[in-house]
Design a protein. Structure first.
Ligand SMILES: [Zn+2]
Length: 133
């Protein structure tokens, strides 16, 4: 709608808005997303074929919803887990951290470690060695 009012092609407008979002000039929050479907074949003529098509669509949408819920569960497990985020992600992709480290030393997980581990992290980071605590 805005692209019509402004006379700017929608892809150009979206590209500019996404660029501003990436540059943190604005913060975009998707809302009111509506999936749009296009009929690409002629519809079946019999009730049985229409039921079959509806069942296929239902299974497809149900499968996508389950995948989305599974991804959400994995994200929750990552952010509430007891391991370094980078290590967890590396392990997920069958990889490990450089030198088989158990912590990256940078992720938010580090800031939830007990104080002694945090102190060890501060001492190992030369930039922070002058910090008094
Ligand atoms: Zn980490």
């Amino acid at each position: 709608m805005a692209s019509k009012q402004l006379g700017i092609p929608r892809p150009d407008l979206l590209r500019k808005l996404n660029g501003w979002n990436d540059d943190r000039v604005v913060e975009l929050k998707p809302s009111g997303v509506v999936n749009v479907y296009k009929i690409t074949k002629s519809l079946p003529k019999s009730a049985a074929k229409i039921d079959e098509l509806a069942a296929d669509l239902y299974r497809s949408m149900e499968s996508r919803e389950k995948e989305a819920l599974h991804r959400t569960d994995e994200m929750l497990a990552l952010i509430t887990g007891k391991k370094c985020f980078a290590l967890t992600l590396a392990n997920h992709f069958g990889d490990s951290l450089p030198d088989n480290k158990k912590e990256c030393g940078h992720c938010q997980y580090v800031f939830h470690l007990p104080f002694r581990a945090l102190k060890r992290f501060v001492h190992s980071n030369s930039i922070l060695q002058s910090v008094n605590y």
